[in-house]
Design a protein around this ligand. Structure first.
Ligand SMILES: NC(=O)c1ccc[n+]([C@@H]2O[C@H](COP(=O)([O-])OP(=O)(O)OC[C@H]3O[C@@H](n4cnc5c(N)ncnc54)[C@H](OP(=O)(O)O)[C@@H]3O)[C@@H](O)[C@H]2O)c1
Length: 268
């Protein structure tokens, strides 16, 4: 991984914690200067910036609420002022209200869609000119819930469906500018959001996920981050418009074979 991204400038949205943090650090370790974007977690973002600097890379800390178009512009103005260009955009930040469809109100939909879908378009409109003449890389985050049903997940699941579709359209429209766009679709990752979603049942859920995953464990943020580094690097220069699943094989399994113990024999 070392040196794969030497001399690149990467912006990772929502990089104070979770997958965004791991991605920012992995990119710095691979040689990139990194813009650490956060919304509320200033202290955690500062800690990430210090870790990036410890790799000998430059870190720029920028606060922005990406539901607001003017704040997306402020974020990119800061990138432009500090670096003048951008090589890698990782559109990672996301949030939602977990509710059944029948309980949804307009503001639930609006907030999730502004952050996950609209802000991707606002960001790309600013990122593409900054990638002019470079081998631009756009990496989006989709997830298990875009293709598979998860309780109370319809809002963000459908928004991630839109992200996957936009990923293909971005690859198509930006290919002539030598910009690639690919999505990473993690399965279940051990982060604050998974723990919040499951509450006190998290430990039992992690066990269940591990049992249903051929590789035998829940994903870590670093599992996802390493794939982001690969997609950002020259190694993936001819890969575009793809959704790369990073789930240890969780989505290969099919319900009844697993719950009734008809799955593969455990290794003894
Ligand atoms: N965890 C999983 O199991 C999983 C599975 C599949 C896909 N994913 C996807 O992977 C990505 C990262 O997931 P995660 O679990 O690491 O997330 P997380 O721990 O919940 O972190 C979310 C990040 O988004 C930022 N954010 C939230 N609302 C924002 C807003 N309005 N404006 C700007 N930033 C905002 C947060 O910033 P602050 O903390 O500063 O507020 C935080 O850094 C998401 O796109 C998620 O949908 C996750």
């Amino acid at each position: 991984m070392k040196d794969l991204l030497n001399g690149r400038v990467a912006l990772v949205t929502g990089s104070a914690r979770g997958i965004g943090r791991a991605t920012a650090l992995a990119m710095a370790e691979a040689g990139a200067d990194v813009i650490v974007h956060y919304r509320r977690q200033r202290e955690q973002a500062e800690a990430v910036a210090r870790e990036i600097e410890a790799f000998g890379r430059r870190a720029l800390l920028v606060q922005a609420d990406l539901e607001q178009e003017d704040q997306v512009h402020q974020l990119f103005n800061a990138v432009q002022d500090a670096f003048g260009h951008l090589d890698i955009l990782v559109a990672n930040a996301a949030a939602t209200a977990f509710k059944p469809i029948l309980a949804l109100r307009a503001h639930h939909l609006e907030r999730t869609y502004r952050l996950v879908v609209w802000s991707l378009i606002w960001a790309v409109q600013r990122a593409a000119p900054l990638m002019e003449g470079r081998q631009g890389r756009i990496i989006t985050l989709s997830g298990h819930g875009s293709r598979f049903t998860i309780p109370h997940y319809a809002t963000i699941g459908s928004a991630k469906g839109a992200v996957e579709s936009l990923t293909r359209y971005l690859a198509y429209e930006l290919g002539p500018r030598r910009i690639t766009c690919n999505a990473i679709a993690p399965g279940v990752v051990d982060t604050d959001s998974s723990r919040y979603y499951m509450g006190e049942r998290f430990a039992a859920f992690r066990e269940a996920v591990s049992r249903h995953t051929p590789l035998g464990r829940i994903a870590t943020p670093e599992d996802v981050a390493r794939v982001a580094v690969f997609l950002a690097s020259d190694l993936a220069g001819f890969v575009t418009g793809q959704v790369i699943t990073v789930d240890g094989g969780l989505t290969l399994t099919s319900g009844p074979f697993e719950v009734d113990g008809f799955g593969p024999e455990p290794v003894r």
